[in-house]
Design a protein around this ligand. Structure first.
Ligand code: RAM
Length: 359
């Protein structure tokens, strides 16, 4: 049964939707930028010298609120927003496969009339109608970590070049298995834009003749759930007894796989690499389960998403390729093709350097 509060919210969202649709209809032939297919939705004309607005509210909607990676990322956003005199809020589902939950949270943020939202999408298309509606209501939309289709947001703050991330994960693992043997991928959700993009580049990398003796036998999905990822790892080893290595491009997956391997006869024999946080992975590097893996600083990713949201809301950028903006202490960033902004290069962690990192 709907509570009065939920009902009121539902009505408010419906009204917002009707208003947005009305605005579109009245717009006649001038289709809003947010609706055009193809590149990023650009928001008006940018003035790089426009003053930074204060008192803006930026809502964060991560893939999953109870994932430590997103706690670090979103706290990075919170910290800088508070320093800049803006307001921060966070909403989001606790499951990494709850796309309808994410849609409801977009609608909630729209109804609350935030100035901007930073979204890590569980699916490239599922949130689009809701996000376009938010943009039609004047809300700036930044995706971070995991993108939507470009026309459903103003800009995407990417953790690093997706191609580099895909290729380097294969390079790291292939070296560890001596460029020979069966490998598998343990991913997050089957629909996750970021993991699927990286996996595409992993497959490209594997076409290089130097990997002629490396065979990708399966892509499994642990849905960014610790227990499912643990079970999927166990399943992979049962199904492929000759497996030599696993790439897990998710902090939840790699941690669960390391936990499984470290308590099994495969410890140190079946290699594991991918994307993990140093704090999660330290003990598995020290006990010989894992040699090397990589990641960017999630707090910096959250900070750059905040700075991008503020620059968009202040009219300093519109999301067009070639626009440059100052991201405070982080330096200057230029918007690339399709409204993508790259944070930088990831760091490779191993026994030699892992103790220098605390996230
Ligand atoms: C998980 C999430 C996130 C991804 C990291 C590496 O926490 O799937 O989207 O970027 O791993």
């Amino acid at each position: 049964m709907l509570t009065t509060r939920t009902r009121r919210l539902t009505i408010a969202v419906t009204v917002t939707a009707a208003l947005a649709l009305g605005a579109t209809a009245c717009g006649g032939t001038t289709k809003s930028d947010a609706q055009k297919e193809g590149g990023a939705a650009t928001a008006g004309k940018a003035d790089p010298n426009a003053a930074m607005k204060r008192g803006l509210t930026v809502g964060y909607l991560p893939k999953q609120v109870n994932n430590p990676y997103f706690t670090s990322a979103d706290n990075g956003g919170k910290k800088v927003l508070e320093e800049l005199g803006e307001k921060y809020k966070e909403v989001g589902p606790s499951s990494g496969t709850d796309t309808s939950g994410q849609v409801s949270y977009v609608n909630t943020l729209t109804q609350q009339q935030v100035n901007a939202m930073a979204v890590s999408a569980q699916d490239p298309g599922a949130l689009c109608t809701a996000l376009k509606q938010a943009m039609q209501n004047g809300i700036k939309v930044v995706t971070y970590d995991s993108d939507t289709k470009p026309e459903c947001r103003n800009a995407f703050v990417s953790q690093a070049s997706a191609e580099d991330l895909g290729r380097t994960q294969v390079q790291l693992l292939a070296k560890q298995i001596g460029y020979k043997g069966e490998i598998a991928i343990l991913s997050a959700a089957q629909t996750a834009t970021n993991q699927n993009t990286w996996i595409g580049y992993m497959k490209e990398e594997l076409k290089d003749p130097k990997y002629k003796d490396v065979k990708l036998v399966k892509v499994a999905y642990g849905n960014d759930d610790a227990q499912q990822s643990f079970q999927q790892t166990q399943g992979l080893l049962q199904e492929y007894p000759n497996l030599k290595g696993i790439i897990s491009p998710t902090t939840v997956g790699i941690k669960a796989a390391a936990q499984y391997l470290s308590g099994s006869k495969y410890k140190g024999k079946v290699k594991l690499s991918g994307l993990g946080t140093p704090n999660d992975m330290r003990k598995y590097v020290k006990n010989g389960t894992v040699d090397a893996f990589e990641l960017w600083d999630p707090a910096k990713l959250g900070e750059l998403a905040a700075r991008t949201a503020v620059a968009l809301s202040s009219g300093q950028i519109s999301g067009k390729e070639g626009e440059t903006f100052k991201a405070g202490a982080m330096g200057s960033y230029t918007i690339g093709k399709d409204g993508v902004i790259n944070l930088g290069k990831p760091t490779v962690f191993n026994a030699r350097n892992i103790d220098q990192f605390n996230f």
